[in-house]
Design a protein. Structure first.
Ligand code: PA5
Length: 537
């Protein structure tokens, strides 16, 4: 049988509307393809590190030389005096400098508008110092024991009860983690995430991946009532119970408030193993608490190294000299840009595994800053991909954008660019000079940083030496501190999220949850008054 393809409007077809292509795929002409070999690529270093972590090997994260080699640097050169649009000048920042320093002092002293329900929500600030080593060991031991009995671990949660964990996991593991062998994963089970959306197809597809496997679930919810998480939990809990009966209880972990809430009550009744979302830490600031640590330990991430990163950045973020404090400078520049009319912050990275970290920032900043008509909209981006999409807008659209670039300097692997006999793409010069994909990928940040600056997009680059738990921990603490300072500068409490709470209540009313009848009625009355405008094709 002939395999043929018809192309319409192909160029250079001498006016013929269609051209028939045939031949190379004619049945019987080909030989069975040999399986591809990765000759010349060596061992994948991410996989090697996963396997090493599985054997209990640790990075020397306490040593001065490790710390020196893993110093994050914030380069703010291109934030100032851009030739197009409204520029930001050093003097603008100097003007707000005293306020930023005062904000840092108030944060340190636990002063200002920082409470939620009467509780000061700054428990995250000193958590790196307070974190109990014994508790970390307990988490690791629990993860080891449970992990050895299961094939897959499913984390259920949304917002701050989800993103920090997934972002850190993705940042530090192989892109196709679940498709690797258990040995390549360093002995860790497969990792899945549910409850962060209500898409039945995503849910069902994930169930397919879990079919026939031994699984454990960890439901993470501070309130215990968030609809998406609760529905995901109900389904997974029942699946486990139907399958295992009472034995299921051993495979259900609950991470929730220490004392109150429906999940706490249920866990006590059933005897589920519990972990705590601290009272004084909001979801988006909770990745260094049990919320993030349990899942990370399950994936064999070194949570001690992760905590050390937080500790190190805490010291830098406590510095009293503005220009020596990366968190203060980041906050001060973002605030200045916003006050001068910038409305969007593109957070872009050249590292695929750091894109979820940019998404974590998309949650941390807007959920904290979006009050009283204020705040920067954060747009997470992966470069090069997005340079071929909203890159046009960044370069030449409305000049209301700033950019924070998360620049990964050293990737785990090097990918060489080969010589090509034809050189039809004209890229042999790269191979001639021994330049690899890593070299080009660095230019994917350096090039746009300069071009965007010239085009009127002030930008700063956070240089991350390599991806490891220590550096991701540093980055998180810097950003948590930055957004807290931003709250003081904007003049509102960044630790509450009344807007998110109102959507949660609206969902309760819309799905007919008992107790929300009045709210549902009011919503219905107000929408009934609206003239429906619907265009059918
Ligand atoms: O940062 C936050 O507070 C939110 O993003 C919450 O983490 C999110 O809404 C989930 O809430 P809960 O943990 O109560 O289910």
């Amino acid at each position: 049988m002939l395999f043929s393809v018809l192309f319409g409007c192909s160029s250079g077809n001498n006016g013929k509307m269609f051209q028939k292509i045939s031949g190379i795929w004619e049945k019987g002409q080909g030989v069975e393809m040999e399986r591809i070999k990765l000759t010349g690529f060596g061992e994948n270093q991410t996989t090697r590190q996963q396997a090493a972590r599985g054997r209990g090997e640790k990075a020397p994260f306490g040593s001065p030389s490790f710390k020196e080699a893993n110093t994050l640097t914030l380069d703010v050169t291109f934030m100032f005096d851009s030739p197009e649009g409204t520029s930001i000048h050093r003097k603008d920042v100097e003007e707000i400098r005293p306020r930023a320093l005062e904000a840092n002092r108030m944060l340190e002293e636990g002063k200002g508008d920082i409470c939620d329900g009467g509780i000061p929500m700054t428990g995250w600030k000193d958590l790196p110092e307070k974190l109990d080593k014994k508790h970390l060991e307990e988490i690791i031991a629990a993860a080891r024991t449970l992990g050895s009995e299961i094939d897959a671990f499913v984390s259920l949660g949304i917002g701050g009860s989800y993103l920090g964990l997934e972002a850190t996991f993705r940042a530090l593991t192989h892109t196709y983690f679940n498709q690797l062998s258990r040995e390549e994963r360093g002995g860790a089970p497969e990792m899945y995430f549910l409850g962060q959306n209500m898409d039945p197809d995503y849910f069902r597809d994930t169930l397919d991946m879990l079919k026939g496997k031994r699984i454990a679930i960890n439901v993470i919810s501070k309130s215990g009532t968030t609809t998406e998480t609760a529905i995901a939990f109900r389904i997974m809990q029942q699946l486990l119970e139907e399958h295992l009966g009472k034995e299921a209880d051993r495979f259900i972990l609950v991470t929730t408030d220490r004392q109150k809430g429906v999940l706490r009550k249920l866990a006590e009744k059933k005897g589920y193993r519990t972990f705590v979302v601290p009272d004084d830490i909001g979801g988006r600031f909770s990745v260094l608490s049990d919320v993030g640590l349990v899942g990370l330990a399950m994936a064999n991430i070194d949570i001690g190294e992760f905590a050390e990163g937080f500790r190190n950045m805490r010291l830098a973020a406590m510095r009293k000299e503005f220009w020596e404090n990366p968190a203060l400078v980041h906050a001060g520049l973002r605030y200045t840009a916003w006050a001068k009319g910038k409305k969007i912050e593109v957070v872009a990275t050249n590292a695929f595994p750091l894109y979820p970290v940019a998404r974590w920032m998309e949650q941390l900043f807007p959920e904290s800053e979006g009050h009283r008509g204020q705040g920067l909209w954060v747009s997470p981006s992966l470069y090069s991909e997005k340079l071929h999409a909203n890159g046009q807008m960044v370069q030449q659209g409305e000049r209301n954008i700033i950019e924070t670039l998360l620049f990964l300097k050293e990737h785990d692997n090097r990918v060489r660019i080969p010589q090509d006999r034809e050189d039809s793409d004209g890229l042999n010069f790269l191979a001639d000079r021994g330049l690899d994909m890593n070299y080009v990928n660095a230019k994917v940040v350096e090039g746009p940083a300069y071009a965007h600056y010239l085009g009127g997009v002030p930008n700063m680059t956070l240089e991350i030496p390599r991806r490891n738990a220590y550096n991701i921990g540093q980055l998180y603490y810097m950003m948590e501190r930055s957004v807290a300072i931003s709250g003081y500068l904007l003049g509102h409490n960044p630790f509450i999220q009344p807007g998110v709470e109102s959507y949660k209540t609206a969902i309760f009313a819309l799905i007919g949850k008992p107790g929300y009848e009045d709210k549902a009625k009011k919503m219905e009355e107000s929408t009934v008054k609206l003239e429906r405008i619907r265009i059918r094709a």
